[in-house]
Design a protein around this ligand. Structure first.
Ligand code: MF3
Ligand code: CO
Length: 286
């Protein structure tokens, strides 16, 4: 998430920059796929952090979060009422029925990617499952809006409609963001529309080659959040659940291209020629 809106123009990335981001994103997806096997009651978030860092470095990338604004770890862990930026530690032990947001960033050749998924630990409540499903659905719908010629507010509005339509609320103090050579770049990508809060960001017109971290943070109850004394961990003020899903996405003329998908057949070759986006690999399935 980014804390503040920025009025500066977003940059369009070169082929080489996009390729580096796609590699970083592929490593992140692989890291979370691998991590999923460790997610069971009794495991500490410090263990998850250590194994994610090892995975990222073993694949030739660097964790983006470590040292960013002084953040001390590779991943952020957000169990249950934690919204974002929970610091992994040896005293946070996963329990059956928890939901856990894991947010992770990596850098390849100076370019960043950002990915978040919320996981179920063992068997979770129907309530928790529905919250995660709707948040994921809101992310997919928001991503679909990220096409050349659209505006940031099209993403924001679409996410908000799905989240509020499901009876949940969108966190308002935290947003998605541009991403690239810097981890947080303009524009801010709010998950709601309130022109008073991010007046310059909503009107930003998307152009091909822009790269965006789209990340709905959804509260089961009210959107007010509070910060722990550690000055990092954000929780819902009402103590209800929160879920978070995020992808890093490239804007094209056609279907948006998700850069944070697992590497696989067809993922290691050169980017497709421009203009072939509608037939491209923008879906979740590839
Ligand atoms: N993915 C988080 C975001 O977009 C970044 C967390 S790193 C931190 O804000 F240093 F800010 F914690
Ligand atoms: Co982010």
């Amino acid at each position: 998430m980014a804390r503040k809106g920025g009025g500066r123009q977003p940059t369009c990335k070169s082929r080489a920059e996009l390729q580096a981001m796609r590699e970083a994103g592929g490593i992140l997806a692989g890291a979370l796929d691998a991590l999923e096997g460790l997610l069971r009651p009794g495991v500490t978030t410090a263990e998850l952090d250590r194994s994610t860092e090892e995975y990222i470095r073993a694949h030739g990338a660097t964790p983006s979060f470590k040292g960013l604004y002084g953040y001390p770890a590779t991943i952020c862990c957000a169990p249950n009422d934690v919204v974002v930026h929970g610091i992994p530690d040896t005293t946070t032990v996963l329990r059956e029925g928890d939901i856990l947001g894991i947010d992770v960033g990596a850098e390849v050749r100076g370019m960043h990617a950002d990915l978040t998924r919320t996981f179920a630990i063992g068997e979770v409540s129907e309530r928790a499952k529905r919250l995660m499903e709707k948040t994921k659905e809101a992310l997919a719908a928001g991503i679909a809006q990220a096409v050349e010629g659209a505006k940031v507010q099209d993403i924001s509005r679409t996410i908000q409609e799905i989240v509020e339509g499901a009876g949940y609320s969108v966190i308002r103090d935290l947003t998605g963001h541009g991403i690239g050579r810097r981890f947080h770049e303009p524009p801010s990508i709010p998950n709601f529309v309130a022109l008073s809060q991010f007046p310059e960001d909503y009107g930003v017109r998307l152009r091909r080659g822009m790269t965006l971290a789209i990340e709905p943070m959804v509260a089961e109850g009210a959107f007010r959040i509070v910060r722990d004394p550690d000055r990092w961990t954000y929780r819902t003020a009402d103590g209800k659940l929160s879920a978070h899903f995020e992808h890093t996405v490239e804007v094209t003329r056609g279907a948006p291209r998700i850069l944070t998908l697992p590497a696989g057949p067809g993922r290691d070759c050169e980017p497709r020629p421009e203009g072939s986006g509608a037939a491209g690999n923008g879906g979740y399935g590839s």
